[in-house]
Every structure is written in C-alpha cells, then in structure tokens.
Design a protein. Structure first.
Length: 143
C-alpha cells in the first residue's frame, strides 16, 4: 500500500508512529538522501477533508509557522486510502517536556502556541463545514 505512493521507491526507512490524536496511520519516512517526511494515511472517505487540510496547510506555510510543510497529496492503495506527505519537524512532545520547564519558558511556549492558533483560525472553513467540524491539531514542541 505504501509502496504505490509516487517517490516511495527511494524510501529506505518507514517507521510507524503511534502518537497523535487522529485516526490517521502515521509514519516517519527517510530516503537514500536522508530527506525526512511524515506520511499520513487516511481512509478514502476522508478524501475531501484531507484535501482541504492539505490545501490550507499551504496557506499556513506562508505564515512561517513551525508546522510540517505540505509536500504531496494523493490517492493510494488501489483507491482505498489517501496519503498526505509532509516535511518532518524535529522536536519533542510537549506533554513530555512541559513539566520540566520553568514558568517563564512555559509562558513563552503558550504565547507561541496562541500566535500559531490565531494564524490557523484566520483561514476560513470550507463551505458546508464549521470550524468545529475541522480539527487541525498541531504538535507543539519545545525546540
């Protein structure tokens, strides 16, 4: 299923990730040139929603937020799934790091998160969907 994604013939590392809030299957991917990506696989029933997310991530990319950059989107697995390929962002899970930070650093991360959320909420929801029906939950990191 993964091997029929364009460019996957050059992938040498494919490691499943078990973190996150979505039902997507997620993978860390690296190629022979040491490029790194996040691959997300979703059921084909999510095609419209995932395509909307991909297109709007392109808009967020212009805001220089510290989020994965959209690379590719398409259908795979004989039309059973959609894939989203994103740049890999190195960092640590905030749930692991936050307790060890002092209050000043925690506050600064909160400010950064608020600024990022403001930019995300400036993008209008697609017709027929409210913001409450759309979830784009970033992974806040300390690095």
């Amino acid at each position: 299923m993964i091997r029929n994604i364009p460019g996957s013939d050059g992938w040498i590392t494919i490691k499943e990730l078990n973190k996150g809030w979505s039902r997507d299957r997620k993978y860390y991917v690296q190629d022979t040139e040491h490029n790194e990506w996040l691959l997300r696989l979703s059921d084909i029933s999510q095609h419209e929603r995932k395509q909307w997310e991909f297109e709007h991530m392109k808009q967020l990319d212009a805001n220089k937020l510290r989020i994965p950059r959209p690379v590719a989107f398409g259908v795979c697995d004989a039309g059973e799934q959609v894939y989203t390929l994103l740049s890999w962002v190195h960092g640590e899970d905030i749930r692991d790091v936050l307790p060890s930070l002092n209050q000043k650093d925690q506050y600064q991360l909160g400010i950064q998160a608020g600024q990022s959320l403001r930019a995300m909420h400036e993008i209008p929801a697609p017709s027929g969907l409210s913001h409450g029906q759309i979830t784009m939950k970033p992974k806040w990191t300390s690095t």
